[in-house]
Design a protein around this ligand. Structure first.
Ligand SMILES: NC(=O)c1ccc[n+]([C@@H]2O[C@H](COP(=O)([O-])OP(=O)(O)OC[C@H]3O[C@@H](n4cnc5c(N)ncnc54)[C@H](O)[C@@H]3O)[C@@H](O)[C@H]2O)c1
Ligand SMILES: [Zn+2]
Length: 248
């Protein structure tokens, strides 16, 4: 039986109504000034940037999005016992919603559903913070710290989305690299492969001699490393590829 490792990007979720960043209808393609929404330096240094970033995330289509046919196909691939890694650059949790499990999912860029205090690391539900955002547009940690005279911590709260300039979650790249190298095939689905270190999984796979499939409407810098390039709509092409692979 085959072991397949998969890397997904924003392109798998466009058909679920979440725009990508760099595609033809991408957020940055249309509004280049939005690049700082997920920039950690701006978030840390500027209150206005924080308020904008929070507001932006509150209004994201992510909250009501439902998994599409492509997400469901990857759930079938796991159920068939063929999927060993589902590393995703998305923070929309649509792979979880489609039925893929923690056994295979690695959220390289975190997730929007939870938040944390940047000072004391207290965990928060992002949905809870969003309901109070009108009163508290720049959310701060209210936890009382016994070791500082019961004063509120007052640290900045941030979603668990990995912003540009932040480290990836502990172990995320290591686990992904290991499973990519042990796979029989590596599939890249819906990514421009512009964001590092996630994109480096492709040269890592090539070095290990793992055949690479890139399914993406637009070109990527690693197209030359791919054994198979698929320039079709992911919502159609991925379910087909999965069903063919299960039937093999
Ligand atoms: N859904 C999300 O959670 C979400 C959405 C936007 C951005 N992001 C974040 O932004 C970064 C964006 O980088 P990226 O490489 O993932 O995406 P990207 O925006 O850089 O590229 C998306 C690619 O997908 C292709 N694409 C879009 N719809 C497609 C379709 N239906 N069929 C075939 N191809 C399609 C586009 O041509 C484009 O090349 C990531 O790091 C991610 O964390 C996440
Ligand atoms: Zn705190």
């Amino acid at each position: 039986m085959k072991n397949i490792a998969v890397l997904t990007g924003a392109g798998i979720s466009t058909s679920a109504g979440i725009p990508d960043f760099r595609g033809p209808d991408g957020v940055w393609t249309k509004h280049p000034e939005q690049q700082s929404v997920y920039d950690i330096d701006a978030f840390l240094s500027d209150r206005e940037a924080r308020e904008y970033s929070w507001r932006w995330q509150k209004e994201s289509p992510v909250w009501n999005a439902q998994p599409g046919e492509a997400h469901k196909a990857l759930a079938r691939l796991e159920q068939a016992g063929l999927l060993t890694l589902l590393a995703t650059q998305n923070f929309d949790a649509l792979h979880e919603k489609a039925g893929n499990t923690d056994k295979v999912i690695v959220n390289l860029h975190g997730t929007i559903g939870t938040s944390h205090c940047m000072k004391c690391h207290m965990k928060y539900s992002t949905a809870d913070i969003m309901t109070k955002l009108d009163d508290e547009p720049d959310p701060h940690c209210r936890r009382r710290l016994p070791y500082s005279g019961n004063m509120p911590c007052n640290g900045l709260i941030k979603t668990d989305v990995v912003y540009f300039g932040e480290m990836l979650p502990d172990g995320a790249m290591e686990t992904s690299m290991q499973r990519v190298c042990q796979a029989d095939e590596f599939w890249v689905i819906g990514s421009t492969l512009e964001v590092f270190p996630a994109a480096s999984l492709v040269p890592v796979a090539a070095q290990a001699g793992v055949p690479i499939t890139i399914m993406n409407m637009g070109r990527t810098q690693y197209d030359r490393l791919a054994a198979r390039l698929i320039h079709e709509d992911i919502a159609v092409a991925l379910p087909r590829l999965v069903d063919e692979t299960i039937a093999e």
